[in-house]
Design a binder for this molecule. Structure first.
Ligand code: GLN
Ligand code: ZN
Length: 763
């Protein structure tokens, strides 16, 4: 008998119920009670959804973030929020968001204005967690209230509960040492709290606890490997059985370590780490359970069940009841239910599985292993038919696209001349002053714009009316920019709902769900487009809008595109070909747009690669391979233009140390980056590398409504000029302005332009 279980369920709700409840509570429009009730309802519904499983996760529900939940369980709160009075959940929100629950309360009590917790990406996913903060004296103290309350609910519902916690080594590894302390020195203080927690769970009748240690799929030095041994030897006397869960990749050199930790079971990602399994079988002590994550918890594709069974059946023979099956990782990273999708085209839909459908697949596999494939032969046949259809569909496979990718030559990624030769030609044509000013692309997405778009999408506004409304917005932003005196203008992106979706909707090979939401952080969700087939561009996507904007001004108008790597990294992508292949298809499609813009007389084209860095693989040993094809894709997209055409790229993050060589290899004439919060220090990397091209270091943070002063911008640019020659510097904000109000944008940009003029006058 194979045990089937789940590592975690998406908590936001199939209709994003949690998002709306949280935001309504934070706005002060509903009560804490109502929020708590909604949480309980969601947990109950999700356990009900999982009732076909032998073990169901408990403690995976979170009002904000599972890492922050673990922090509260460990009594580990950042120093700045200790000693708060009031409701525990309000304190929790204060840590997460930097303010408490209802607006009115936040402003009236002492604790209104704490800094929000820093967030970073959970391994290589698009989920962001709140980074635990450590100092040498960080205390820990067990608080089981959340976990025990949820456990009691689950038990009352008759659920076979398996509490889920983050393991001690991963918890330390993903946190930040505020005072530069050695995080591992905290382990001896942390472990007794874990031991107490496990004992408490045992006392509640829990048999299995899932302890997540995904840090095991990354490169660990000897100290961290040793920490695993220390931790699990100390916890082994607890009366619960531990299922040590790793996911997101193979264990590789950590395989031996993981196999020999004194735990009752091990969960491995058998989608991304399948090569580990056979060697592991030879290492694994005979009493241990092996849980295999055979259903991909990171994508939205149906599993090829017959292929999985071909592989699993011999393993099941060998392992008997020691074999458990699960999704590869928590289903947090996929949408809830495909059944809600009414608009997806039926062919694409027949290839997809969201969380609930993935759990159905798991049950089918278990039945097939238990009773033989014939017991589920109809379901397996239907699955096979879907697989075959996808493998052969003309919607997926396009000869012309494939042969265009096969014909990509090195010369497609090369500019006619090097930067030093292009720059004077561009300067002669563009006639820009020293310290040219520009913006990153978007201007405020006003309520009126969003309203018009939703009316248009609902069919209540004609194409002509929509176009006229967007043109009016474009005209407005052009006039504002001219009045401000900016040097290089943008059209403002009024017509774009989202920088990926806008292009995805116009490319063949992309599909869009209605409810395919995935939590990004807190109440924020994203709905990644589904890249299902060979990509091509049936028609120009931006030329008309940019051309219209250019017709309104004699100043250079920057054409604005999203780059191939960002399109890829912010989509659900194909699992039937390498990511690099999909990326090159995107590159060819966007290259055509670049060339069309150039042919239409656009002299400056910006290709945003906001998500290039976040595509870095978990293991550093794989970084170079990724960077090679990512940079190549960008170069194919951008570099087919004449010397006179100026290529910009934009990246809104501030860590370039690891990727500076790749950034330089992209060979964009100008790169605009986020720098304002680092006081220009990040330019040192560019200086050390002798970065040869032009740079626009962001001079103000667009995430806050604060208006930067002229003096501060001058201060930042003077610092910038210590690192990069002034002739190669631009002045611009950190990122696009779409989330800001015009009333904030105008004074901010006006100070920016004034700063540029002052700097020019004194240089
Ligand atoms: N051009 C986009 C904008 O201005 C860039 C957004 C981004 O980098 N995230 O909105
Ligand atoms: Zn940005």
């Amino acid at each position: 008998m194979t045990t089937i279980h789940n590592l975690g369920f998406p908590r936001i709700g199939a209709q994003r119920e949690l998002k709306f409840a949280l935001e309504s509570y934070w706005r002060g429009e509903s009560s804490l009670d109502a929020l708590q009730q909604l949480g309980a309802q969601l947990r109950q519904r999700h356990w009900e959804n999982q009732k076909g499983l032998d073990l169901v996760p408990v403690g995976d529900f979170s009002f904000y973030d599972q890492v922050l939940d673990m922090g509260f369980t460990l009594g580990h709160l950042p120093e700045r929020v200790r000693g708060f009075q009031g409701d525990a959940l309000d304190n929790y929100f204060r840590v997460a968001r930097g303010r408490s629950a209802p607006v009115s309360e936040a402003s009236s009590t002492c604790c209104g204005g704490v800094a929000a917790g820093e967030m970073t990406k959970w391994f290589d996913t698009n989920y962001h967690y709140i980074v635990p903060e450590f100092t040498a004296t960080t205390p820990f103290q067990l608080d089981t209230s959340r976990l025990l309350a949820q456990l009691a609910e689950a038990q009352a519902q008759g659920v076979q509960a398996k509490p889920v916690i983050i393991g001690p080594v991963t918890y330390l590894a993903i946190g930040k040492a505020k005072d530069g302390c050695d995080k591992l020195a905290l382990l001896p203080r942390l472990l007794p709290v874990y031991a107490e927690l496990l004992e408490t769970l045992a006392a509640q009748g829990v048999e299995w606890v899932q302890v997540d240690e995904p840090i095991l799929v990354t490169e660990l030095d000897a100290d961290w490997q040793h920490a695993f041994n220390t931790a699990y030897h100390q916890l082994k006397s607890c009366r619960v059985k531990l299922l040590l869960a790793t996911y997101f990749g193979p264990l590789q050199e950590n395989l031996y370590l993981a196999a020999h930790l004194p735990v009752a079971g091990l969960h491995l990602d058998a989608v991304n780490g399948r090569d580990d399994i056979v060697p592991l079988l030879n290492l694994l002590p005979a009493h241990k359970v092996l849980s295999l994550g055979v259903i991909n918890g990171r994508n939205i594709w149906k599993t090829d069940l017959n292929a999985v069974l071909d592989w699993l059946e011999p393993l099941a023979q060998r392992l008997g009841s020691r074999l458990w099956l699960a999704p590869s990782c928590s289903l947090l990273h996929v949408p809830v239910d495909l059944a809600n999708e009414q608009k997806l085209d039926t062919e694409v839909r027949s290839w997809l599985a969201f969380a609930l459908q993935k759990l159905d697949e798991l049950q089918l596999l278990a039945t097939a292993l238990r009773d033989g494939r014939h017991a589920v032969k109809d379901a397996l046949a239907a699955n096979q038919a879907d697989m075959l259809a996808r493998r052969t569909s003309a919607r997926v496979h396009n000869r012309a696209v494939q042969s265009a990718v096969a014909r990509i030559s090195q010369h497609m990624g090369l500019r006619e001349s090097c930067y030093a030769q292009r720059a004077p030609k561009q300067a002669a044509l563009l006639q820009l002053p020293l310290y040219p000013t520009t913006t990153i692309g978007s201007f405020p997405q006003t309520a009126a714009i969003r309203h018009t778009r939703s009316e248009f999408k609902a069919g209540r506004c004609t194409t002509e009316a929509y176009k006229a409304a967007m043109q009016a917005e474009i005209a407005r932003s052009v006039h504002e920019q001219e009045a401000l005196g900016l040097d290089v203008l943008v059209h403002g992106e009024a017509e774009r709902n989202d920088m990926v979706e806008y292009f995805g909707e116009q490319l063949e090979g992309y599909a869009f769900s209605q409810f395919g939401w995935v939590q990004s952080y807190g109440s924020r969700c994203v709905k990644p487009p589904i890249l299902f087939g060979d990509i091509y561009r049936p028609h120009p996507m931006t030329v008309e809008w940019i051309g219209y904007a250019q017709s309104l001004t004699t100043k250079p108008m920057k054409g604005m595109l999203t780059g191939p790597v960002t399109m890829l990294n912010w989509s659900f992508v194909r699992d039937d070909q390498p990511r690099s292949e999909s990326c090159k298809q995107l590159a060819l499609a966007i290259r055509q747009e670049v060339l069309d813009l150039e042919a239409a007389g656009v002299q400056i084209i910006q290709i945003d690669e906001a998500a290039l860095r976040e595509g870095l693989p978990l293991r550093q040993s794989l970084w170079q391979e990724y960077l090679n094809w990512a940079v190549e894709s960008f170069r194919i997209t951008a570099n087919g233009v004449r010397d006179e055409t100026q290529i910009h790229t934009h990246m809104c993050y501030s860590e370039f140390n690891d990727i500076i060589a790749a950034i330089a290899a992209m060979d964009a004439d100008v790169i605009t980056i986020e720098t304002s919060r680092s006081d220009m220090e990040l330019l040192e990397v560019f200086k050390h590398f002798n970065y040869p091209n032009e740079i626009g270091p962001g001079v103000y943070d667009i995430h806050t409504p604060n208006i930067p002063t002229q003096e501060h911008i001058i201060h930042l640019m003077r610092k910038a000029a210590e690192h990069i020659p002034a002739q190669r510097l631009w002045i611009n904000p950190d990122c696009g302005l779409k989330t800001r109000q015009w009333a904030e944008v105008i004074p901010a940009l006006s100070n920016m332009v004034a700063a540029a003029k002052t700097l020019r006058a004194v240089t």
